[in-house]
Design a protein around this ligand. Structure first.
Ligand code: DC
Length: 220
């Protein structure tokens, strides 16, 4: 079974997707983390973001692995190295949408994401899972929240990680990513017609998890 969870940054997708996967005993596939890993490599090599052909070449020659640990946590490997924490840094967040809008990069990720998803029952979260990666997913959800609420959540998340990040910077970053992610030519962020829409603005995480689970029936 494939469960697709799409939506904009800061809507709570990954928190919720991880819990759903754990409760159902499914694999959790964080597709945003995969784009982030590539963004990290681009930064480490020191590539110019305008050098699209070089970024494409790098995407063909990069090994990105997502390993589901037994305790439900996820290990992200970039060319064999664990990069879970680095990919959350603001320097990555700032450039990842520009990398994710490149058609050829998306093609590489699409192949990888489909392969991962077909390993077994999976929950995938991202921007284009229900529309492009798994258009035939068994269940699709589109998780949303008002812009200000998403900014607040992202800012809290950074503080929780002990990072001093300016509120206005978070707001600007989210605004930029919303714009790039939803207006790009290839696989833009949008709700699949058959996705269930959930506005999480005034909901707790547990309420969102409940709203999703009540729509999923598992035959064992
Ligand atoms: O979910 P996230 O914030 O970790 O995602 C990082 C970026 O990756 C996001 O700004 C857009 C891109 N992305 C995408 O284009 N398609 C996906 N399926 C997942 C993420």
């Amino acid at each position: 079974m494939i469960i697709a969870i799409d939506g904009p940054a800061g809507a709570g997708k990954s928190t919720v997707a991880k819990i759903i996967a754990q409760r159902l005993g499914f694999l959790y596939i964080d597709t945003g983390a995969m784009y982030r890993a590539l963004a990290l490599k681009v930064l480490e090599i020191g590539l110019d973001l305008k050098d699209i052909s070089k970024i494409i070449e790098i995407s063909f020659n990069t090994n990105i692995e997502l390993v589901n640990n037994k305790d439900g946590s996820l290990k992200l490997l970039l060319d064999g190295r664990v990069v879970n924490e680095e990919i959350r840094e603001p320097r990555i967040t700032k450039i990842v949408s520009d990398i994710a809008k490149i058609k050829e990069v998306r093609q590489v990720m699409l192949v990888l994401q489909r392969k991962l998803g077909l390993q077994g029952d999976s929950v995938l979260d991202g921007r284009d899972i229900g529309t492009v990666v798994f258009p035939d997913a068994d269940k699709k959800f589109y998780i949303d929240a008002y812009f200000k609420e998403r900014v607040k959540r992202r800012h809290l998340e950074f503080s929780g990680l002990g990072r001093q990040v300016n509120y206005n910077d978070v707001e600007l970053d989210l605004h930029n990513r919303d714009t790039i992610d939803s207006t790009r030519e290839v696989a833009p962020l949008k709700k699949a017609p058959d996705a269930i829409y959930i506005d999480t603005t005034n909901m707790t995480i547990e309420e969102v998890v409940g709203a999703i689970l009540k729509n999923i029936s598992i035959k064992r």
